[in-house]
Ligand binder design. Sequence first.
Ligand SMILES: Nc1ncnc2c1ncn2[C@@H]1O[C@H](COP(=O)(O)OP(=O)(O)OP(=O)(O)O)[C@@H](O)[C@H]1O
Ligand SMILES: [Mg+2]
Length: 251
Amino acid sequence: MKPDIIALCNQKGGVGKTTCAVNIAAGLARLGKKVLLVDFDPQAHLTYSLGFVAHDLKQTVYSVIKKSVPLDEALLEHSGMRLLPANLELAEMENEKADFHDGEFTLKNKLAGVRDMEYVLIDCPPSAGFLTSNALACSKDIYIPLQMEFLALKGMGRLMSRIEEVQKSLNKNLHISGIIPTRFDARRKLNNAIMDSIRERFGNKVFSTVIRENIAVAEAPSFGQTIFEYAPKSHGAEDFLSLCEEIINRK
Ligand SMILES: Nc1ncnc2c1ncn2[C@@H]1O[C@H](COP(=O)(O)OP(=O)(O)OP(=O)(O)O)[C@@H](O)[C@H]1O
Ligand SMILES: [Mg+2]
């Protein structure tokens, strides 16, 4: 069984990529799916969010892609999910582009051997460099977390043209499958107005589920927990579970 590979991508920083990666993976795992998370951001927020001290790790995604360490030797486990962790070493990849003979297909070739997983979720860095190109070259779907703010919307045009470039040059099978409205606060008028224009512009690419602003979602990573562990009755848990049901039904 070949997994569905999904990149959580938006070159804008702090929009909820890592939060969505962790909690979508956790929700899918709760719904009985086998999930591998790949931390592909040198900030290693995904790795820290699941309670691992990234800077102490000997084997990471970088060891797998640069030093040919077998994937299995770098994998960690958290509540039934597998994690290919990262640390700051991954930042080297942007400078060492010439050393990677497989270029933009480096990650793809390393993940090609993953068989017993149904979903692979890749957490991208907030940039459009070599790391992100690698993540997009191996993905079937892109999920774009988007906050309902004026400036977030402005970045969408640039992101869309970047994705079109990748579709032409690296991966014609890449689909923008889901825009995930995040940190939504219905009390803010602007949030509602932007939500309407996003739905008008992107139609059914926008998930019906909206992830609400929820304090427990922001707190959970500091305890190394997913929202389902930290606050299973919260709005956050409710929203991420409903998003995961939508993801499974869309397949
Ligand atoms: N639904 C939510 N409710 C409350 N806080 C949230 C929610 N989603 C994300 N946050 C908070 O917003 C901040 C940014 O989220 P996150 O780190 O997931 O973004 P990111 O896109 O991965 O950032 P970066 O571009 O730096 O990788 C974090 O502090 C996170 O806890
Ligand atoms: Mg992040």
